[in-house]
Write a protein that binds this ligand. Structure first.
Ligand code: NAD
Ligand code: MG
Length: 392
């Protein structure tokens, strides 16, 4: 029996992984459920899954959570605050951790799980973008496993021999990262000036949280994923190519020296990657409908429109600059997307604000986690200031 902690249990990834866990009560148990502020949703999940521990990240909500768990007649213990989240991710109540918090807020708990040697099911791509080498070191030191659940990286993991091999020794020439193209594929900059948050969040293929939905609309999601692929698989920026594939059935591909190209296909449903990562190296039912290739028709592939969707090149730029540049990129993106979702920044200004923030802060070698947390905060302040001065 695997005891699984789900950090971000009330989110889209949280719902998908709980659905897979519920299908296999003989193999998996949701032993820890954690969320940000939605106490009622968290308690409802506790009623269904009966975890040992529920954690609410907002410390002010501890009493509310405890009272509601007691009122519901549950034996689930309550804890609150970021330290409680880190303790839960590294503690004895779980052997696997689903890192499904959105944004930099997930960094510390992801690192805590890695250091403690858990099986880390990594959805929180922002933590690997911010702190890739530190996260890999933590996984190594902890002696656990990192299994990517971002669908593209899970696909690449499946197409590589043995997870994270030496790419040159394995004969890998390139990684082809597929992108759906998002809701605005085919549009030009002039079409995007007055985009609303709801339009940006209406993804044609995936039903996801609002932050990653906006990232998909700007192509920053793919940019973050290029950086994620660099760290997870040791591929150079030149070895990672983005290909737009609107059907979202081919989740990514690996090209080998002999000309073979291996792909992983499946319906666009995160439960496949989550079931793979939960049960690896075994395979289990994920509740996902079988792929019907005849019904799905032609598969298209095209180059990304890098002039319209400038965030992709900004991410390559940060990756090539190296050091703290990806942390700055991620922080500026979080500020920009947050402001766009609140209605205070136009869609096209997201890329401009990120570029201005990257221009303002020179990349430095990473000195450690405190350094990265400091750079993250500085970049957020710079982005906020530039937003007020130049973009609002
Ligand atoms: P979501 O917005 O639906 O859910 C986010 C979860 O994180 C919620 O449970 C929320 O309570 C929690 N959370 C938010 N801020 C927090 C904080 N400060 N402290 C503690 N918890 C906090 O997001 P999502 O779509 O499920 O995405 C989660 C992560 O997975 C993101 O990093 C995203 O990029 C990644 N991801 C998602 C998908 C997808 O299909 N949804 C696919 C690939 C990767
Ligand atoms: Mg993805």
């Amino acid at each position: 029996m695997r005891n699984v902690a789900i950090l971000g249990a009330t989110g889209s990834i949280g719902a998908s992984v709980l659905d897979v866990i519920a299908r296999h009560p003989d193999r998996f148990r949701a032993s820890v459920l954690a969320a940000h502020r939605k106490v009622d949703e968290l308690v409802a999940l506790c009623l269904r899954f009966k975890p040992d521990l529920a954690v609410i990240a907002d410390a002010a909500l501890e009493t509310a959570l405890r009272d509601k768990l007691v009122a519901a007649g549950l034996a689930t213990r309550a804890a609150a605050g970021m330290q409680a989240l880190n303790d839960a991710a590294s503690g004895e109540l779980c052997d696997s951790v689903v890192a499904a918090i959105v944004g930099a807020a997930g960094l510390e708990s992801t690192l805590a799980a890695a250091r403690a040697g858990k099986r880390l099911l990594l959805a929180n791509k922002e933590s690997v973008v911010m702190a890739g080498p530190l996260l890999l070191d933590a996984v190594h030191a902890g002696g656990g496993e990192l299994i990517p659940v971002d669908s593209e990286h899970n696909a690449i993991f499946q197409c590589l021999p043995g997870g994270r091999p030496d790419l040159a020794a394995a004969g890998v020439r390139r990684i082809l990262l597929t992108a759906s193209g998002g809701p605005f594929r085919g549009k030009k900059r002039a079409d995007l000036a007055a985009i609303t948050p709801d339009q940006a969040c209406a993804h044609p293929k995936w039903n996801m949280g609002r932050k990653i939905s906006v990232d998909s609309a700007t192509l920053m999601n793919k940019g973050l994923e290029v950086i994620e692929a660099h760290w997870l698989f040791g591929a150079t920026p030149m070895q990672i190519e983005v290909v737009v594939h609107p059907q979202s059935l081919v989740h990514s591909l690996v090209e080998y020296a002999d000309g073979s190209v291996l792909a992983q296909l499946g319906n666009p449903d995160m439960r496949t990657a989550l079931a793979h990562a939960l049960a690896w190296p075994e395979r289990i039912d994920a509740g996902v409908a079988p792929l019907d290739l005849v019904k799905s028709g032609a598969l298209q592939f095209e180059a990304p429109d890098r002039d319209t969707f400038r965030c992709l090149d900004l991410a390559y730029r940060a990756l090539v600059e190296g050091g703290t540049a990806p942390t700055v990129l991620n922080a500026a993106n979080e500020v920009a997307v947050g402001a766009f979702l609140e209605g205070s920044l136009p869609f096209l200004a997201i890329a401009e604000l990120i570029e201005a923030t990257l221009d303002a802060i020179s990349a430095e070698p990473v000195a450690g986690i405190e350094h990265l947390v400091h750079v993250d905060l500085t970049a957020r302040n710079v982005a906020q200031r530039k937003m007020r001065q130049e973009f609002c």
